[in-house]
Design a protein around this ligand. Sequence first.
Ligand SMILES: *[C@@H]1O[C@H](CO)[C@@H](O)[C@H](O)[C@H]1NC(C)=O
Ligand SMILES: *[C@@H]1O[C@H](CO)[C@@H](O)[C@H](O)[C@H]1NC(C)=O
Ligand SMILES: *[C@@H]1O[C@H](CO)[C@@H](O)[C@H](O)[C@H]1NC(C)=O
Ligand SMILES: *[C@@H]1O[C@H](CO)[C@@H](O)[C@H](O)[C@H]1NC(C)=O
Ligand SMILES: *[C@H]1O[C@@H](CO)[C@H](O)[C@@H](O)[C@@H]1NC(C)=O
Length: 590
Amino acid sequence: MEFSKSAVNWALPVLLLSCFLALLNINCVEASHKVFTEFQSINSVNVRQVHRTGYHFQPTKHWINDPNGPMYYNGVYHLFYQYNPKGAVWGNIVWAHSVSTDLINWKKVEHAIYPSKPFDQYGCWSGSATILPGNKPIILYTGIIDKNNTQVQNYVVPANLSDPYLREWIKPDNNPLIVADQSVNKTSFRDPTTAWLGRDGHWRIVMGSRRKDRGMTHMYRSKDFMHWTKAGHPLHSSAGTGNWECPDFYPVSISGKNGLDTSVMGPNVKHVLKVSLDVTRYEYYTLGSYLAQQDRYVPDKDMVDGWNGLRYDYGNFYASKSFFDPSKNRRILWGWANESDTTDNDVQKNWAGIQLIPRTIVLDPSGKQLLQWPIEEVETLRRNKVELKNQKLAKGEKIEIKGITVAQADVDVTFTFNSLDNAEPFDPSWDRYDAQKLCSQKGSAVQGGLGPFGLLTLASENLEEYTPVFFRVFKDQNKHIVLMCSDASRSSLMDPKTHMKNGNDAYRPSFAGFVNVDLKDKKLSLRSLIDNSVVESFGAGGKTCITSRVYPTLAVYGNAHLYAFNNGTETVNIESLNAWTMSRPLQMNH
Ligand SMILES: *[C@@H]1O[C@H](CO)[C@@H](O)[C@H](O)[C@H]1NC(C)=O
Ligand SMILES: *[C@@H]1O[C@H](CO)[C@@H](O)[C@H](O)[C@H]1NC(C)=O
Ligand SMILES: *[C@@H]1O[C@H](CO)[C@@H](O)[C@H](O)[C@H]1NC(C)=O
Ligand SMILES: *[C@@H]1O[C@H](CO)[C@@H](O)[C@H](O)[C@H]1NC(C)=O
Ligand SMILES: *[C@H]1O[C@@H](CO)[C@H](O)[C@@H](O)[C@@H]1NC(C)=O
């Protein structure tokens, strides 16, 4: 059935009201999921193609959210994800399952986990895979057992280890494995991590939770993976940060570029704790030490828990999960990007949500942050390389990158400049934690000293629409501050009033983060993966990453343009720019 727009417009306020009423009745309890009951099972035959991605992971239709249980097993990568098989809004969630041998071409197989037992009949939510000794995969996930949203932790194992795709998963009878005791908030108790082994030979996992406004990761230990005992203290907690979802806890190597398996400890290792903060709907991490004796994680001195801390990505990026890939000795991060358009639009286009290009994660040599970079396999999709070298851009100039399909492209550019003298002063009254606000005031059209310079992605011919990704350098008392923006505010001519998001103007944020980079060599690099309705950008080799979802009306398919630009007084030089059309994988989840 095609759902008519007028019916949707009429239904939305009513649904929001009923959801609000239901909230009082603890039915729409899930803060993290807006529940549009009547849209949950609308299965339109039409799938709107414009804005669908070409090389990002996306099922043929309907809603997706969190990546779940990513793993590598016997030569095959597995990606599970939260999926609504019946509609384009959150609901009816199952673990959809796809397999790949290269992280690029994907084959859809049967749903791995769906509500079927008393311990998950109201929901099969996120979780993680662990490969047990003897090369045996096991998945822990959160089951919802009643209408009150009570959360327990369950497990499944493959029915047939000889099936290369591990299509069928069984739920043994000793589920649930973990039920909240009195000390745990049972409606905020979810998303078990991959397990790690302590020095005592016992397994550990953590779940995200809260006690009032204190976000925390409850830790459980087990000798045999079947009987779990709650530790007397959380692995880590932090006051005033609200509910923690989708925790991820893993080691990174201090000296090497290799990723590490989850149980690795010792002097050459730092640990990362990442949580998804329900309050802001962004993901934050700290670097610190895992004190194996006390079984506690302690963030390094200059790390900040909560929303003033470091983020994986300063845009649409949530509920991520990492895994160790033993075939290439690397740690890979999967993140979900939701839509920035309206529920109304999602229902009409009959799809919502993508998984972003997997990223490798390593520790930055400074030890003060992580570096993320698209997995090397994505480069196999590159076609028709175009190249620029040593092209000067004076103030107000731009240069078009031609000869490739820029709506679906990979572009990697290094800018150099002669001097930092023109950098604008950083006004001490500006909020040092609010890069996004600064970017919304100092967009690409506000001319500056050193910057704004960067790329204009998904641009229409006369710049009626464009999503600029750029840097702007400021001078502080004794250092420079680099702002990186991915600004969706002019990305679409769709009327922001008629495409209202939940009663507000359309969501077109000026996403931004600061880049902690040494400018001694007077260089800044930027890579953007552009794919029809998504722009994933990596500043300074992956120090700062920003993902925007945008919906141009003119700058689609062959009508999109790509430019490098400078709007600052200081002339910048494109030292090198390489750009490619990105081809569609041969097999993408069909
Ligand atoms: C749900 O919570 C209500 C109010 O606390 C309680 O009366 C009811 O028994 C609970 N239902 C279940 C299935 O736990
Ligand atoms: C297990 O999978 C293998 C390989 O696909 C297949 O040959 C075998 O018949 C399966 N066993 C069962 C019990 O289904
Ligand atoms: C428990 O979690 C629920 C759902 O997030 C929340 O509404 C409630 O305030 C929490 N209670 C406490 C004591 O933290
Ligand atoms: C550069 O600045 C001028 C003047 O504000 C503005 O008209 C132009 O649109 C800007 N260019 C970009 C790419 O934003
Ligand atoms: C993605 O959509 C936007 C616009 O509706 C919301 O503001 C974000 O909170 C949402 N992000 C997540 C992670 O749900």
